[in-house]
Ligand binder design. Sequence first.
Ligand code: ADP
Ligand code: MG
Length: 722
Amino acid sequence: MSELRIRANLSLDDPVTRVRQVSEVRARAFAELGISTVRDLVLYAPFRYIDFTDISTIASCVIGEKCAIVGTIDKVEKRQLRHRRMSIVEASVVDATGAMKAVWFNQPWVADKLESGSAILMQGAIEHYNGFKQISSPIYRILEGDPSSAASLGVQPVYRSRRGLTPSLIAKIVSNAIDDILPSSIDPLSPALRVQNRICSRQVAISNLHRPASMKLVKEAKRRLAYEEMLLLQLHWLIEAKGSDESLNSFAHNVSGEHLDRLFAAIPYELTADQNRAVADILEDMGTSKRMNRLLLGDVGSGKTVVAALALACVSDSGSQGAMMAPTEVLCRQYAKKIGQLFDAIGIRWAMLTSSTTPADRRDIVAGLATGAISVVFGTHAIIEDDIAFNDLTLVVIDEQHRFGVQQREKLRSKGPRSDYLCMTATPIPRSLALTIYGTLECSYIREKPTGERQIETKVVGKRERFIAFDAIREAVSAGQQAYIVCPLIGQIEDGEPEQPEGEELEEEFETLLTEFDIEDIHEDLVAARKEAEYLQTQVFPEFRIGLLCGEMSPREKQEVMESFRNHELDVLVSTTVIEVGVDVPNATVMVIEDAERFGLSQLHQLRGRVGRGDLPGRAILIASTNTPESKMRMESIEKTQDGFELAELDLSLRREGDVVGSRQHGLPSLRFTNVIRDSKMIEKARKDAKAILDADPSLSSDANALLAHELDAVYKRGERA
Ligand code: ADP
Ligand code: MG
């Protein structure tokens, strides 16, 4: 085949081997980067750009900001720290306005590339160290010629590379592909959609993603590609949701019956506005033959249980049955107790079925469910066993659905093919994320808490101010209270030296983990925690009783330690593991978290929720280093806000695009361009556009939608196989 013909025919669906300069060997290297088709290749975004049009001088670069600097290398020094695994390369760099330092940790090979007298471009965050401006582990490029030549380089993409594929080779190959794709065949978005959303064509986007003239054009390109990616995802979700809808209509419940009225009357408090809204959403869904597929989201204590109870009351009014499944027996008992009391008062017949139900009781329950004598069953996965059959199951409620497997969920649903479906979660999932990962579900949020927010006074202190935390513990324990100390997740520290990437001038940003804990020679949680506990016991709190709870201990050991803490046989509990959910020790009032910057904000929020559960107020003291703007911002927000959702959103907004929480677990192709928080408006818009497209053309069979349908197949069929 002549090259000309290949060029004229290159399609996005072609294997990457059809692109010029891609051999089988290189194709295998591309496969390691997740690239197998031309589409994958041209959507492979550079992980960063170097903007040679925007260079700061050493005098003008601002501490705390990310800058690019061009200068001349003066002196290079390589040192090995006495701790055997730490090496430092230090270079001084000068330009016409001054001098600064550049340091690279644990990348000893960098020293060989830096030559005194050559021109260098460096990009990274500017820090302040010993009176000098400093840049740590910057990405860099040695420049041919003198520093003034830099500006002519424009904006350069930098690709993550693999053995056998250097960043510059990737750039060349991507360029080959872009040149050879048929331009007319590649825009699945109609001109109307593009105008409406003010986005560029795909061709322009792809070209500007890889060969931009300015960073502004990169942004435009990514915005277009993010919209496309989200529109496809929303089409995918809506088609999937519709598929299950149409296969069988659901049961239309009586949502204005007697039991419901009596339950409303029996609730001893006023529902909050959010609860009322959620109930209205649910009753509206349940009252029609359209299948309810709803997710109820609310923090622990926001009052989801009573909302579920109201939904369950409708099945009794409809002469059918409901089942509520919880992931643990403890939770199940809690529901049975709370809801069961209300049901007893108004005459709804219910039962609880778990693995510890006695055989005799179980027999009765199995019979009651089969005849319909029991209206509502609360259970663990004991209720999905094969011999459990319902007379007429029309409502399935699943608590913390992600803790069940898909098969378990399906099994429960299969016991009631006409069922409406309500799931509940206390995980703070912002709406835009829910639309992304649970796109077949509609969402109801309960954000306000009925009892008002329990404030945990939170203070962030530097590592050298650890004594403040110790003083707080001393004060609390002396007053007869108890405290937690949560140690860092030692296992997460990167171990050993990173390998030198082959033939690369630009190194990936490398997180410096220069903390006290790295320097101690610790490998395992257990060792670390034992040391910490020992240190605290002997050096800091010799007068207190200190216990240790550690992820690597046996369940029995853990339980014993928790038991003694609960019984106040211990004053301070040192823990390396995230303290078990459900731990409820009302006498614990102080929580100290070491190396707090390593935890996610949601995690910190959940941790601090473990104190102040009794009558006494709780305090959290976070020991953290805040030497990057990001960690500073994160620590300030945990100090200031008590809203779990806000913190979760912030956490998510700090991730890079493509890094959707758990997208892999959810079986989705990863999102390359969308950041679920930053792009939340766009996500809503894409959802709306997808709905409109499907309303007009439910099967995407019109000519106008042919490319869109093709794209959807290409992206999601492959997603299913993966
Ligand atoms: P969740 O299931 O969301 O964790 P619960 O339903 O267990 O929350 O509610 C927590 C507590 O708040 C319960 O004791 C419940 O009785 C109470 N509660 C729920 N809704 C209200 C309300 N509107 N007003 C006052 N108390 C409420
Ligand atoms: Mg609850």
